[in-house]
Design a protein around this ligand. Structure first.
Ligand SMILES: O=C(O)CCC(=O)C(=O)O
Length: 407
């Protein structure tokens, strides 16, 4: 049901329906409309509201949603969403939304939809999960990301996910969990629902196996050259209620003009099925080839378009360090678990300093492959110790005795 009221400048659309069993969850003993069901109605109301403004071949896609719950709508209740256009900035439409049940407000917030050409949204050539590594390499070259299907087997996913869930819960219980709102994790907000787990190399052999997983090595070489390092290894657990992460480049610290090749490549290992609802990673296809920041798109060129990754658990999303991307907002009822093994060219300073961050007892058990990946192996003139006995078989180590000031 949709109706239009108000002036031509501000048109209010109302979308209503009865709360049914399949829209409801019961957490408080009362089965009431779930957040995702309410969001669905909000999107529908704004989608309907936008329809009148669209030209031939245009559609709208949801970009942002903010919702605050103030009440509940139990099964059988009428629920009504009104969407009021409050801003039209180019192709960006902002709606104020109010959700009422039985005349009482149960939620309010805002929703942004962006007008797109239908053909651009349904881009047939965009990367899809594939086991064909040659195709994945082409996707990296053309779009700045690729999706490797079945990179982890269901058994590997289950094992690694269980370890991560256990570690994250233990860190939270010990009061050392790293939480943020999801939007600016690098600012260490310290509070929020989004949980990051850092330095995974210390936290289980399961993670060490993922970092050296053979399935993606050739693709990392394709992007970063034959030798590369692990620059950081963390997990991002987007939790219901977390916000959209700002779009960013993982090599955003590189001065402009940036080189015409990637300095880093991030591998996002999906430990859950991901999609638009639970915060699948958003990517701006082709943005690795831009020579300007996201906010400075040249006038007259097509506006940047982001897509949301949809992929089953076990998929590895490899992102060129120049590609603009970010985690989605989690609007589902469950946590979304993703590992981020981030790699850099062999001559780049690492994000997590392994020589201080790796626990001594973990370091003692590292395989040569992991030591090499973490930067213990020298490369040309880089990474040596300079003192007699400081490099053995190409691996740097703490000298048994230092030569200090002489005589
Ligand atoms: O968790 C995700 O989906 C992506 C996270 C990300 O891009 C980051 O933290 O740099």
């Amino acid at each position: 049901m949709a109706q239009a009221t108000g002036s031509t400048a501000e048109i209010e659309h109302v979308h209503g329906r009865t709360v049914t069993q399949d829209m409801a969850v019961s957490r408080t003993g009362i089965a009431a409309a779930s957040t995702s069901a309410v969001l669905e109605l909000v999107e529908q109301a704004c989608h309907d509201a936008a329809a009148a403004r669209l030209g031939a071949g245009e559609v709208t896609v949801g970009r942002e949603v903010h919702l605050t719950h103030t009440g509940q709508a139990p099964i059988g209740a009428e629920i009504e969403v009104s969407a009021l256009l409050t801003g039209a900035d180019g192709d960006r439409l902002t709606y104020r939304v109010t959700v009422r049940s039985g005349g009482r407000p149960v939620a309010e917030g805002s929703h942004v939809r962006v007008v797109e050409a239908a053909g651009a949204v349904v881009e047939q050539d965009l990367p899809r999960p594939t086991t064909d590594l040659a195709r994945a390499a082409q996707d990296l070259d053309r779009w700045g990301y690729c999706l490797v299907a079945e990179a982890l087997s269901p058994e590997e996913v289950a094992r690694v996910r269980a370890r991560l869930v256990e570690q994250a819960a233990a860190e939270a219980a010990a009061g050392i969990g790293r939480f943020d709102s999801g939007s600016h994790p690098s600012k260490h907000e310290g509070e929020g629902v989004n949980q990051r787990v850092s330095t995974l190399m210390n936290k289980g052999e399961e993670f060490q196996e993922v970092a050296t997983h053979a399935g993606i090595g050739s693709l990392l070489q394709h992007v970063l050259g034959e030798r590369f390092l692990l620059t950081s290894f963390t997990a991002n657990i987007t939790t219901p209620g977390c916000e959209l992460q700002v779009l960013h480049q993982d090599q955003g610290y590189v001065n402009r003009p940036q080189p015409t090749y990637a300095i880093v490549a991030n591998v996002a290992w999906m430990l859950d099925d991901v999609d638009e609802v639970n915060g699948g990673t958003r990517v701006v296809p082709g943005s690795h080839l831009w020579d300007h920041p996201l906010g400075e798109h040249p006038v007259g060129e097509a506006a940047p378009r982001e897509i949301t990754t949809t992929a089953p658990a076990g998929t590895a999303l490899i992102i060129d360090g120049r590609t603009w991307h970010g985690a989605g907002a989690n609007r589902s009822e469950r946590r979304r678990h993703v590992l981020l093994s981030n790699f850099c060219r062999v001559w780049v300073r690492q994000q997590e300093n392994p020589f201080l961050a790796i626990a001594p007892e973990v370091e003692a058990g590292l395989s040569p492959q992991l030591r090499r990946l973490l930067g213990w192996r020298t490369w040309g003139t880089l990474g040596g110790v300079g003192d007699v006995g400081g490099v053995v078989d190409g691996f740097a180590r703490r000298p048994e005795r230092y030569t200090t000031r002489l005589p």
